[in-house]
Design a protein around this ligand. Structure first.
Ligand SMILES: Cc1cc2nc3c(=O)[nH]c(=O)nc-3n(C[C@H](O)[C@H](O)[C@H](O)COP(=O)(O)O)c2cc1C
Length: 437
């Protein structure tokens, strides 16, 4: 004892003790939404080297800094032309309300970017309101419908997610309403666990055949993405390219999920920062960097994150959690209801419970009706606009007339860990731990 307060153990801190007590009480593991919450090396550990004498900055109001990107022009007849390199990640109808899906489509469409379906199929509301909609082809096949696939603008074959590489998601019974059950061909009100791997292929050779099949039923029109959770990223990206992907999506361990075991979220995968250079290296070695586009997700919050991901080699990013917060989750008028759920506006992570006061991660008709899709879309568009302007500000400061011209040379790291993972020098040195030559 020192003084009057018991000394807290770093190993058995209050959170650990509470979790042991909870587990002992209930006998069930903890399930939650959101991504990894532990502190990990992240974009905040990198800084841009603004231009001065050796580089020439661009004037903020007078000189252009373009933001457009084309995704999927390797094989597809109709690649996606996005005005901004920030897309909306796949989030399922089921995890999200119909209103939330519609709001995502509206916000993305207003900013000339794409949104994505999820583990649960395509709703008419989101197809109707999304200018460019990517259709997820998932291990579970929930909601899989060839007619919807043909209505999509691109197809994303999901092999894994950053929050749970090697695992499947969960949707608890309270969210499986008649409509959700109907779309997934599942019984109503019973907990559902998504598959962790596709039922009809076992490796990259079979995947190449599956991609050809998808190209044929869509007349080679639609780009085909492959999404992987970040783990053995260098090899996974190489195999995805060999299998024929037009776009590779790499989702780091900070990436959000609708519901998974906490132990999975916090202990499997690698940080987004560590995954991007591995993915870029794989694409460069195959001679297809910028031809097979790299989309990165997992913990993107600000325009600085967008610019840093692009400087490390991404062509675009995808956002999930931040888009939900932007839709209206942080509305103070529901503060008392969040408090009653043991949470707070903007930090609500019990997506699986289906009791979201802001109507976003719920299937309860009364709660869902609280989210106005038009207002939600407006808020999301505003947020995307701010991200874009922030990224442009940083790019101009580095003398770049297009976001895509950002490069690793523009960055330094604040910590040894971030330097080794991002493969950029520690600030004030030319040292990259682990770099050869
Ligand atoms: C509520 C919610 C539902 C999700 N549903 C899916 C899904 O159906 N399919 C999928 O591939 N990823 C799903 N994800 C993961 C996102 O596509 C994306 O990889 C992740 O959210 C990116 O990280 P971020 O949340 O930090 O932006 C979901 C994420 C959230 C937050």
């Amino acid at each position: 004892m020192t003084g009057t307060l018991p000394r807290e153990s770093a190993t058995f801190d209050r959170g650990v003790i509470a979790e042991i007590q909870r587990a002992a009480e209930t006998g069930i593991y903890d399930i939650r939404g959101w991504g990894a919450k532990r502190r990990l090396p992240h974009f905040d550990d990198l800084l841009f080297l603004g231009a001065s004498m050796s580089r020439y900055p661009l004037e903020g109001y007078r000189e252009r800094c373009d933001t457009d990107v084309v995704l999927g022009d390797r094989h597809a007849k109709h690649p996606l032309h996005l005005d901004i390199p920030i897309t909306i990640a796949g989030m399922s109808f089921g995890a999200l309300s119909g209103q939330a899906k519609e709001a995502l489509g509206r916000g993305a469409g207003a900013m000339g970017t794409s949104t994505t379906t999820g583990d649960g199929g395509m709703t008419p509301e989101e197809r109707g309101q999304s200018k460019m909609l990517v259709y997820q082809y998932l291990p579970s096949r929930y909601g899989m419908n060839p007619d919807d696939l043909r209505q999509a603008d691109a197809i994303e074959i999901v092999l894994g997610q950053g929050a749970k590489p090697g695992g499947g998601g969960m949707l608890l019974g309270q969210k499986i309403t008649e409509r959700v059950a109907g779309m997934r061909t599942l019984p109503q009100g019973i907990d559902q666990r998504s598959a962790c791997r596709h039922p009809d292929w076992t490796g990259p050779d079979d995947l190449a055949i599956k991609i050809l099949e998808l190209r044929e039923i869509t007349q080679w029109e639609k780009p085909i993405y492959i999404k992987v959770g970040a783990s053995r990223t260098y090899y996974d990206v190489k195999l995805a390219v060999k299998a024929g992907a037009d776009v590779v999506v790499v989702d780091g361990m900070q990436g959000g999920t609708a519901a998974t075991q906490e132990v999975f979220i916090e202990h499997v995968g690698i940080p987004t920062l560590a995954a991007i250079p591995q993915a870029a290296q794989a694409l460069q070695e195959l001679g297809v960097h910028r031809q097979v586009q790299l989309v990165v997700s997992g913990g993107i919050r600000t325009g600085a994150d967008v610019a840093k991901a692009m400087a490390l080699g991404a062509d675009a990013v995808a956002i999930g959690t931040a888009a939900l917060i932007a839709l209206g989750d942080n509305s103070p008028r529901y503060a008392a209801e969040y408090a009653a759920l043991g949470s707070a506006a903007g930090s609500y992570d019990d997506f699986q419970e289906g009791r979201d006061p802001a109507g976003i991660t719920t299937q309860d008709p009364e709660l869902a009706a609280r989210l106005d899709p038009v207002e939600g879309g407006r808020r999301l568009a505003n947020y995307l606009r701010v991200l874009t302007m922030e990224a442009q500000t940083l790019a101009r400061a580095c003398g770049k007339s297009h976001l895509r011209n950002l490069e690793p040379e523009d960055l330094v790291a604040l910590t040894v860990e971030a330097s080794a993972m991002a493969r950029v020098p520690l600030a004030g040195t030319s040292w990259i731990p682990g770099a050869v030559g």
